[in-house]
Design a protein around this ligand. Structure first.
Ligand code: AMP
Length: 560
C-alpha cells in the first residue's frame, strides 16, 4: 500500500530525501505517491495531471534516482534523459526543478529552447549531460546541426502533451520520437486525455500504467469563480473599475489575441495601472523580465495569451481575469488554474459578451458547475482602446495548423489498447465524477471502443510508423493526418544573449536565490500554512486497478 503521508515509504535515496527536506516537502502529493513507485519499477507511465499537482517532482525524483543508482558513461553530445515541454517558460521551470531535486546527485543538467543563442546550448551539451529539458523546435535544430545525439536516451518524458498538440507541435514530436532509441522508459503527462493524446500514448508507451489526478475538467476547489455579463465596449471599463476599487490587487488577464493583449496593457498604463503584455511575439528577454517583475509583485497586471501563460507557476496569484472567454472549455480550466495553485485559494473573474455565451455554456457543462453571475457595477468613462501599430511579424505570421481530432479515427494500436488503457481511464473518470459521461474527446472509453473499421479494412496508406516501426512494434500504425512542413513560430526572435539561460532560471523560478521552493500547502509547510489552505483535491486517491501486463494488441511489442 502506498503511504501518502511521508516520502520514506517511496524508497527514495538519501541525496533526494535531503533535497526534499531542504525544500520543506513533508509528504508526497497524490501524483507523486502513485507515480514514483511505478517509475522506479521501470514501467512506462501515462499520467493525467496538470501543473500545480507536483507532477514535475513525480517524474523528476524517480528518474534522478535511476540515473544516479545506475550510472553510465555519457558520450559527448549525448543525453541519458530527455524532457520535452511545449513552452520555454515550462522548460526553464522543469530544468530548475531537476537542479533543485538533483542538487546532491552530481548529475549534469541542460536546458534548450529557441529565441536565444544556440551556441551556449550546444556548448553545454558538448560533453554530454544526464538530463536535457527542451522545447521541440530547438531540440531538433540542435540535433540536426550535430550538436546533440538522441540515440542514448534511456528516459523520455513528454510533458503537457495536450498543449504540444494545441501548439501544432505534432510534426516535431513525431520527428523526435523517430530519433529516440526503442529501448527506453517513457513517461507521458497531459492535463487532458483527448483521442489524439491516447493515440500518441498507444504509439510511444509500452505496457504503461495509468495514473490520473486532478483532471482538467475539474477546476481546483479553492477557486472562487465569478462571471460578469458585459458588452464588448464595457469590458475595458470593468477591468479598470475592478483594478481601481481595491477588489483586485494583482491579476493575470487573459486575452485571445496578442494584439488585444498589447492594447489592454497600454490602456491600463494610461490609467496609471502598471501592466505588461506577454505573448509569443515578445522577445524572450522581455518575457523573462516581465514574468520576473510580476512574480516579485513589482508589476500589478500581466496581460497574457494562453500559450505564454501555460504552465507557468506563479505563487500566490490571487486573481485571474478572462477578458475574453476561451472557445475551448478546457482552456478556461487551464487559465483559472493559474490561481489557487498548489491547493491555495484564488478568484477567477470572467467577462462575457453576448457572442461568448455559448462558450460559458460549454464551460459549465464541462465543469458541471454554474458560474455565479455578478451585477455589473457602475462603470467609469474610459477612452477607447489605444490603436497600436501591428508589427510586421504579427501581420506576416501564418495561422497555426490545429490538429483536427474530430475527423480522425482511432488507430489500430489505440483500438487494440482500448480494453486496457481506456478502461483504466474510464474507471478513473467514474471514480472522480460519478454520473458524468464524458465525450469521446474527454476520455470516454466506452464510445471510443466502438470503432467499426476493422484492421483488415485498412490499406497500406493507413500505416505509418510513429516512433517505432510497425515491424518493431509487431503491429501496424495509422499515421496522423499530414500537416504542412512548417513549425509555428511560437518562440519569437529575440536578441541573442549568452547568459539567458541563467537569467531565465532566476526569473521563472529563481530557486537558487531563494531559501526554498514554494511548497504545496497541506503537504509540507508549517502549521499556519496548512490551516490556511486546502490540500490538493484528489489527495490520497488510490491507483486504478492495474491493467493486465500485456503489450498493446495481441502481440507483445518488442523493445530493441
Ligand atoms: P508542479 O506541479 O510540478 O508545477 O509543482 C507545483 C508546486 O508544488 C511547485 O512550486 C513545487 O515546488 C511544489 N511541490 C511539489 N511537490 C511538493 C510536495 N511534495 N510538497 C510540497 N510542495 C510541493
Amino acid at each position: 500500500m502506498i503511504d501518502t503521508e511521508n516520502f520514506d515509504s517511496l524508497g527514495l535515496i538519501e541525496p533526494l530525501m535531503e533535497a526534499l527536506r531542504s525544500q520543506g516537502y513533508e509528504k508526497p502529493t497524490p501524483i507523486q505517491a502513485r507515480a514514483i513507485p511505478i517509475i522506479l519499477k521501470r514501467k512506462d507511465l501515462l499520467g493525467c495531471a496538470r501543473t500545480g499537482t507536483g507532477k514535475t517532482a513525480a517524474f523528476a525524483l524517480p528518474s534522478l534516482q535511476l540515473l544516479k543508482t545506475e550510472p553510465k558513461p555519457i558520450e559527448p553530445r549525448s543525453v541519458r534523459m530527455l524532457v520535452l515541454t511545449p513552452t520555454r517558460e515550462l522548460a526553464a521551470q522543469v530544468e530548475e526543478s531537476f537542479r533543485v531535486y538533483g542538487a546532491n546527485t552530481g548529475l549534469r543538467f541542460a536546458l534548450a529552447f529557441g529565441g536565444v543563442g544556440k551556441a551556449p546550448q550546444a556548448k553545454a551539451l558538448a560533453k554530454g549531460v544526464d538530463v536535457l529539458v527542451a522545447t521541440p523546435g530547438r531540440l531538433l535544430d540542435l540535433r540536426n546541426d550535430g550538436s546533440l545525439r538522441l540515440d542514448a536516451v534511456e528516459f523520455f518524458v513528454l510533458d503537457e502533451a495536450d498543449r504540444m498538440l494545441d501548439m501544432g507541435f505534432i510534426h516535431d514530436m513525431r520527428k523526435v520520437f523517430s530519433y529516440l532509441p526503442k529501448k527506453r522508459q517513457t513517461l507521458l503527462f497531459s492535463a487532458t486525455m483527448p483521442k489524439a493524446i491516447q493515440e500518441i500514448a498507444a504509439n510511444i508507451l509500452i505496457d504503461p500504467e495509468y495514473v490520473s489526478v486532478d483532471p482538467a475538467s475539474a477546476p481546483a476547489s479553492g477557486i472562487d469563480q465569478r462571471l460578469y455579463y458585459a458588452a464588448k465596449e464595457q469590458k475595458r471599463a470593468l477591468l479598470i473599475k475592478l483594478l481601481s476599487d481595491g477588489s483586485v490587487e494583482r491579476a493575470l488577464v487573459f486575452t485571445r489575441t496578442k494584439h488585444l493583449a498589447n492594447r489592454i496593457a497600454a490602456q491600463l498604463n494610461n490609467a496609471a495601472i502598471k501592466a505588461e503584455a506577454i505573448h509569443a511575439n515578445k522577445s524572450q528577454t522581455h518575457r523573462t523580465k516581465v514574468l520576473a517583475a510580476f512574480k516579485s509583485c513589482e508589476l500589478r497586471v500581466l496581460v497574457a495569451t494562453d500559450i505564454a501563460a501555460r504552465g507557468i507557476d506563479i505563487d500566490e496569484l490571487p486573481h485571474v481575469i478572462n477578458f475574453e472567454i476561451p472557445n475551448e472549455p478546457e482552456t478556461y480550466v487551464h487559465r483559472i488554474g493559474r490561481t489557487a495553485r498548489a491547493g491555495s485559494t484564488g478568484i477567477a473573474i470572467s467577462f462575457c459578451e453576448d457572442e461568448e455565451r455559448p462558450f460559458i455554456k460549454a464551460i459549465e457543462k464541462l465543469t458541471g458547475n454554474q458560474i455565479p453571475v455578478q451585477f455589473l457595477p457602475e462603470l467609469p468613462d474610459v477612452p477607447a482602446l489605444p490603436i497600436l501599430p501591428r508589427g510586421p511579424r504579427q501581420q506576416a505570421k501564418p495561422k497555426r495548423t490545429e490538429v483536427k481530432e474530430k475527423t480522425r479515427e482511432p488507430s489500430k494500436a489505440l483500438r487494440k489498447a482500448e480494453p486496457r488503457l481506456l478502461g483504466a481511464i474510464a474507471r478513473e473518470d467514474a471514480k472522480r465524477e460519478p454520473g458524468i459521461t464524458r465525450a469521446p474527446e474527454q476520455g470516454g472509453a466506452a464510445q471510443r471502443g466502438q470503432s467499426d473499421r476493422s484492421s483488415s479494412q485498412r490499406g497500406p496508406a493507413d500505416r505509418a510508423p510513429m516512433g517505432r516501426s510497425p515491424s518493431e512494434r509487431g503491429q501496424n500504425q495509422r499515421s496522423l493526418p499530414p500537416r504542412p512542413e512548417r513549425r509555428p513560430n511560437l518562440e519569437g526572435d529575440s536578441a541573442i544573449r549568452d547568459s539567458i539561460a541563467a537569467e531565465i532560471r532566476n526569473a521563472t523560478g529563481g530557486f537558487h536565490d531563494r531559501p526554498s521552493r514554494p511548497s504545496l500547502p497541506g503537504y509540507s509547510t508549517g502549521p499556519e500554512r496548512r490551516e490556511e489552505r486546502q490540500p490538493i483535491s484528489a489527495q490520497g486517491r488510490r491507483s486504478p486497478t492495474p491493467p493486465p501486463r500485456k503489450g498493446y494488441g495481441d502481440q507483445q511489442p518488442q523493445r530493441g
